[in-house]
Design a protein around this ligand. Structure first.
Ligand SMILES: CCCCC/C=C\C/C=C\C/C=C\CC/C=C/C(=O)SCCNC(=O)CCNC(=O)[C@H](O)C(C)(C)COP(=O)(O)OP(=O)(O)OC[C@H]1O[C@@H](n2cnc3c(N)ncnc32)[C@H](O)[C@@H]1OP(=O)(O)O
Ligand code: FAD
Length: 665
């Protein structure tokens, strides 16, 4: 705890119990305790220091990542941490690295697509780090279009092996994290060819490097793909390139849970949907939604605390300067982001529940919710990452000039975060998947088929297509039913409009292609409805703690009315609300910002982030920003010498030359 709390006055104005809000945010009292313990463990360990990260060269940064990963593993083993604790410890280390892909994709791919026998063989090796794995799907030529991948896995019945080959330059695996320098193994996605027939994409476990000296195995060419956006940031990750020259692997290294190749080379597909091959991506997409709320809440925490510390311009009578957080413009930019952080947190929890539920159903051979899981994970991944990436940049601007300094933590957070809009599915490509499912659902309405899950509202088509909002005062917008109905009507009408336009095209495919920009917006409207709905449902639950429910209610309304205001064109164009009702929503939004203002600092305190994890001099808990900024500047390598290197070569001759010229005048 800080000795001098420059934000004490802010904390004193909070009208709710911050400790209880921490519980609401983390999900349970247990979750708060575990997270707290792990965060402090990391913060107090000098190996996990990260304040100098943006000043390291790529090589130093990569070595630092290896060191941190090894040290984290040592601590996990020494302290006998549980899986939950270990995951949190890695999260607080906060440096992207090969372990993310090892635990986050390699292990889940084997769990999801490997037979029990294969899991029995490979998982213990992975769990003890006797092998290190990555997920090698994307190629130089194709990422989004998974069916377009070119790497081949041809079965050779003579030797009972698959021959893995990269037939073209564009078939080189390109991007997999951990592949460049660290991984010994990969789950490689390749076209399965047997008995002369191409059966499409399947997963194979392939060893890449020697377990003795880490050198590439014969026929394997691999390396790092090069520096990436920003200093520090995602450059700690060894995203890699990989080519195979007729590399042989035993037949039993094909992941055979969904389909098999027999000893004779016969292809057998189990009676399961082929999309289960994409299961690892679905799993990671739902984790990415939870991750979005973490990244967004970090940026918002920095911007809120700093905005409370920073003062600009005085009162007209020469009194004290105004905290920038008191400017209405600052509030209208910042508070919707604060509300979004909470909204994403709760929708992330719900998505995790949905994923667990779908997984259990799949195990019982019930595939009915597969489409729902795909639509929700793809859509929520797309919307939450796009909003978060933009929001981090907005937080940088909200911090003025100091936000542009590395020591603010925001440039690095942005650089680390933006690829989330691309990896695990480009956001536009994913939203078009949602749109396809929406169009399918609309087309089935006429046949009387009742939509289920998050599409269930579409079943109220008769009502939602013609309903008119009853809002007649700003306060009416505090009614969750009014919000819910407006969002449902907007999403449905946008989807139906798209479907009608598509039906006028020469073919469904052509119509979809022509209308894809509108479809994108319809998909976003549907996903925003889900986020609003899950926030409303959360607030309806019993939430203990003085004032906690009231604050969440206010944030829920901020989130919904901000989206309504931002997308007013959609609501008006579809006739769901009138311009007057739109203006009333904006009026109510202003009142809600005033309600949030005294609670803002406490609302970000509830994220319970250590100064180490935040990594920002602007976001310090104690608000003592200026001495920290001043001190940080002196740590820059440029300040190691008073006179800079290069002075004698370039500056002195220049200055002397000018002096000489002047003396001749
Ligand atoms: C790793 C860390 C884990 C922790 C995470 C926590 C925090 C995150 C922090 C850091 C992350 C760290 C690293 C990031 C690592 C990144 C890894 C990667 O990027 S791996 C590569 C990911 N690649 C993609 O996502 C590719 C995107 N493309 C696709 O998913 C598909 O190809 C696409 C676009 C869906 C199209 O597929 P296609 O086969 O052509 O399908 P159709 O459009 O024709 O659809 C056919 C039917 O299949 C249904 N479908 C499609 N996908 C799925 C799915 N996933 N699940 C279920 N069903 C699916 C689709 O709806 C169609 O159904 P119908 O036939 O209409 O009924
Ligand atoms: C940091 C990072 C880490 C990654 N890690 C891994 C990893 O560990 N393993 C792995 O296998 N891969 C990994 N990837 C690859 C990643 O999954 C792909 O980059 C991603 O799926 C996007 O595919 P792409 O690069 O082919 O983009 P493209 O599909 O080429 O996208 C280019 C543009 O085309 C547009 N576009 C494409 N198709 C359509 C369409 N049908 N309709 C409309 N517009 C379209 C996109 O919106 C985008 O604007 C990683 C990528 C990054 C950036």
């Amino acid at each position: 705890m800080a000795e001098v709390d420059h934000l004490a006055a802010e904390r004193a104005t909070a009208r709710f119990d911050v400790e209880e809000m921490k519980v609401a945010w983390a999900g349970s009292r247990h979750a708060v305790h575990v997270a707290d313990r792990m965060a402090r463990l990391v913060a107090s360990d000098p190996v996990f220091r990260k304040d100098n990260r943006t000043m390291l060269s790529r090589k130093e940064l990569f070595k630092d990542t290896l060191r941190k990963a090894a040290h984290a593993w040592k601590r996990i083993v020494e302290l006998r941490l549980t899986e939950e604790e270990a995951d949190l410890l890695r999260q607080y280390v906060d440096q992207p690295g090969y372990v993310d892909l090892h635990w986050g994709m390699f292990v889940p791919a084997i769990k999801g697509q490997g037979t029990e026998e294969q899991q029995h063989k490979w998982l213990p090796l992975a769990y003890k780090f006797q092998i290190i794995g990555c997920y090698a799907q994307t190629e130089l030529g194709h990422g989004s279009n998974v069916q377009g991948l070119e790497t081949t896995a041809t079965f050779d019945p003579k030797t009972d092996e698959f021959v893995i080959h990269s037939p073209t330059l564009t078939s080189s695996k390109w991007w997999p994290g951990g592949l460049g320098k660290a991984s010994t193994h990969a789950v490689v996605y390749a076209r399965l060819i047997t008995e002369g027939k191409d059966y499409g994409i399947h997963g194979f476990i392939v060893q890449l490097r020697s377990l003795e000296d880490h050198s590439p195995l014969p026929g394997v060419t691999l390396g790092d793909i090069g520096g990436k956006f920003g200093s520090g940031a995602y450059n700690s990750m060894d995203n890699g390139v990989l080519r195979f020259d007729h590399v042989r692997i035993p037949r039993d290294q094909m992941l055979m849970r969904l389909s098999q190749v027999t000893r004779e080379g016969k292809y057998v597909h189990s009676n399961v949907p082929k999309q289960l091959l994409y299961g690892t991506m679905v799993y990671v997409r739902q984790s990415i939604v939870a991750d979005a709320s973490k990244a967004l809440s970090r940026a918002v925490c920095i911007a809120v605390r700093y905005s409370a510390v920073r003062k600009q311009f005085g009162s007209q009578d020469g009194g004290p300067e105004t905290q920038v957080l008191n400017y209405k413009t600052q509030q209208s930019r910042l508070f919707p982001l604060l509300a979004s952080a909470y909204a994403f947190r709760f929708v992330g929890d719900w998505l995790n529940w949905l994923y667990t539920d779908v997984t259990q159903k799949l195990e019982a051979k019930d595939f009915s919710t597969l489409q729902e899981a795909h639509a929700c994970t793809a859509g929520l991944k797309a919307v939450t990452t796009s909003v978060t990436a933009d929001a981090i940049e907005e937080c940088r601007k909200l911090c003025g000039g100091h936000g542009y300094l590395n020591s603010s933590g925001l440039p690095e957070l942005f650089a680390v975060y933006v690829p989330a809009c691309t990896y695990e599915g480009d956001n536009v490509v994913l939203l078009l998947q949602v749109a396809r499912i929406l169009m399918k659902t609309v087309s089935q309405l006429a046949s009387g088929k009742q939509p289920v899950g998050t599409m269930a509202y579409m079943g109220k088509v008769q009502y939602l297509m013609q309903c008119k909002s009853a809002v007649s005062s700003a306060e009416d917008w505090l009614n969750p039913d009014a919000i819910q109905e407006a969002f449902e009507a907007r999403a449905l009408r946008m989807a139906v409009n798209c479907a009608q336009n598509i039906s006028q095209a020469a073919s469904q495919e052509e119509g979809f292609y022509e209308r894809s920009p509108d479809l994108l917006e319809a998909a976003v409207a549907h996903i925003q409805l889900i986020i609003v709905t899950k926030f409303i449902e959360k607030v309806h639950q019993e939430i203990p703690g003085h004032g906690v429910k009231e604050q969440l209610q206010a944030l829920c309304n901020v989130y919904a009315l901000y989206i309504l205001h931002k997308h007013l064109g959609d609501f008006l164009a579809t006739g769901c609300i009138t311009p007057r009702q739109g203006a009333l929503a904006n009026e109510q939004l202003g009142k809600l910002y005033a309600q949030v203002r005294p609670n803002a600092v406490a609302l970000v305190d509830a994220f319970n982030y250590t100064d180490h994890y935040l990594g920002s001099v602007l976001g310090r808990y104690d608000g003592d920003v200026y001495p920290a900024l001043y001190e940080e500047a002196w740590k820059d390598p440029l300040n190691e010498t008073v006179v800079p290197e290069g002075y004698h070569e370039y500056l002195r001759p220049l200055i002397k030359q000018q002096q000489l010229k002047l003396s001749r005048l």
